[in-house]
Ligand binder design. Structure first.
Ligand SMILES: Nc1ncnc2c1ncn2[C@@H]1O[C@H](COP(=O)(O)OP(=O)(O)OP(=O)(O)O)[C@@H](O)[C@H]1O
Length: 489
């Protein structure tokens, strides 16, 4: 293991010249030390993977490096010079780009117009044409054949398409070069093919001398492209390792978690009368949910899984079945950022918490506290506003809202976005336990390995559920084969 903690800035063992280096960086939010006395460096052309549990301080560190958040203390140098009052504008002028976890595109503007916002050079007569060309060429390079209409308002596109635009925009060039790029959970809504293309782009960028910081809970991606892996815990860098033969379980262990044993399959669910059944009217498979069953929706990204998931949710709601929805796009669909954890968590359960027409504060506190602890939400307490939680912890609250409710059917729209490895496995176990109590789950995911938790899987192709896999047949190769239409059941 390479420890860099006590070396002077500028002599931290990197072979190539440093793009940036920080020593003793710190950032506090009131009593919360989000970053305490942290050293970090990034060499030219280097790809650094930044990992750690939810709330470890990764976003805070990259926000400080990107000039979005002012550091409370520490020395910071960029290209060998003291960065002084570093700001987002200075970062951009020095060729540092960011792709944030919560997508930053303006939904009412097109990809072309959003590109103009990043590039001051795209002004004057003919700016739109030049902006269109800039983003189109970046998209063609990073995600060839994405088919994204760069003139359509971004809000009308899928989450995955928005994420592709955000990434492509990060790599787009006008008058000044891109020297470094920070990517926070860039692939959380991308399917397998787009993720592969993205990783290729990271390697290409590195070969061209662009430095990359990649923050993700998808450890396989880090192992595939990172030269070095930095692990954070509780606001500190706890490990800094060169990636020469690192394994996934080593990374999981450094974070303080254990790779779970291979799961045993659950006993087959008794399939008599379904709790809910949905027909698309297209002549494909009906989606049937039996009591205690976990049903997955798989397939290549954008083949209609998400639309069907929503159609099932809407139909179940109209039918009067108690149903809850866990959104992956938490910012636009799920959370009330200014409300407390308690208010966010109990909003779906107000009638159950009411006594004589008034909501009982004690009952709401008890319910929130129990889920707060079960999901290990990292926050000072249940009165903390959602806005001050890390992304993964916000997602846990959204999950808790559904699980704490009286819903018999829980619809999951890629719900583990940004949730750390340790918590993910705890949530999988929780879902399986809840299913044992008779609840049914309908689960869309962009992470194929999550489908191993399902009892039955619908694999989608061109908007239709073409294949059903169940039991032992739910495994990555069979899913892939069915996604390409190789297997019909
Ligand atoms: N604006 C804020 N106000 C108060 N506390 C904050 C704020 N932003 C972050 N924090 C706190 O700082 C700590 C570090 O959060 P940060 O977002 O950096 O974690 P992270 O490692 O990026 O987590 P995740 O993997 O969930 O995105 C957390 O305890 C979080 O609650």
């Amino acid at each position: 293991m390479q420890q860099v903690a006590n070396m002077p800035v500028g002599e931290m063992g990197a072979k190539a010249p440093l793009f940036l280096a920080g020593r003793g960086l710190s950032k506090s939010y009131g009593a919360v030390k989000a970053l305490s006395d942290t050293d970090f460096h990034l060499a030219t052309g280097e790809v650094v993977g930044l990992i750690g549990h939810n709330g470890a301080g990764k976003s805070t560190l990259i926000n400080v490096l990107a000039g979005v958040v002012a550091r409370s203390g520490g020395i910071f140098e960029v290209l060998g010079r003291d960065a002084g009052d570093w700001s987002a504008n200075l970062a951009r002028e020095n060729g540092l780009r960011c792709v944030f976890q919560e997508l930053s595109l303006c939904p009412n503007l097109s990809a072309t117009e959003n590109t103009r916002l990043l590039h001051p050079a795209l002004k004057g007569f003919g700016w739109k044409q030049r902006a269109r060309k800039t983003i189109q060429s970046a998209l063609d390079t990073v995600f060839p054949d994405s088919g994204i209409d760069v003139d359509r308002p971004v809000g009308e596109l899928s989450l995955g398409e928005r994420q592709m635009i955000e990434i492509a925009r990060g790599f787009s060039v006008t008058d000044s070069p891109v020297r470094a790029i920070i990517l926070d959970e860039p692939t959380s809504s991308l399917g397998a093919e787009a993720t592969r293309q993205f990783l290729e782009q990271v390697s290409r960028a590195s070969e061209d001398g662009i430095s990359v910081i990649l923050v993700t809970h998808r450890l396989g991606e880090i192992l595939a492209v990172a030269h070095r892996v930095v692990t954070m815990k509780d606001g500190l860098v706890i490990s800094d390792q060169f990636n020469d033969g690192l394994s996934r379980s080593e990374l999981v262990a450094v974070m303080g978690d254990l790779e779970p044993e291979t799961r045993e399959r659950r006993d087959a669910v008794v399939r008599d009368v379904p709790v809910f059944s949905h027909s698309s009217g297209l002549g494909d498979h009906d989606i049937e949910l039996h009591q205690g069953e976990i049903v997955g929706l798989a397939g290549l990204d954008g083949h209609g899984q998400r639309e069907r998931l929503r159609a099932v949710f809407d139909a179940a709601r109209v039918s009067g079945l108690p149903v809850a929805f866990v959104a992956g796009d938490r910012v636009s669909e799920g959370l009330f950022p200014l409300w407390s954890i308690r208010d966010n968590l109990t909003i779906r359960s107000l009638s159950a918490l009411s006594r004589g027409g008034l909501v009982s504060n004690e009952a709401a506190d008890r319910l929130t506290q129990s889920w707060f602890e079960r999901l290990k939400v990292r926050a000072p307490g249940i009165a903390t506003p959602l806005l001050s939680l890390s992304g993964g912890n916000q997602q846990k609250v959204l999950f808790a809202r559904a699980l704490a409710s009286d819903a018999r059917l829980i619809v999951l729209d890629d719900p583990m976005r940004g949730v750390d490895v340790g918590t993910k496995h705890e949530v999988y176990a929780l879902i399986r336990n809840e299913a044992e109590t008779g609840r049914s789950f309908l689960w869309y995911s962009t992470e194929t390995e999550e489908f191993e938790n399902c009892d039955r899987l619908h694999v989608f192709r061109e908007g239709r559920s073409e294949t059903i896999l169940d039991g032992e047949r739910i495994e990555p190769n069979a899913i892939l084969e069915a996604s390409f239409g190789g297997l019909y059941v």
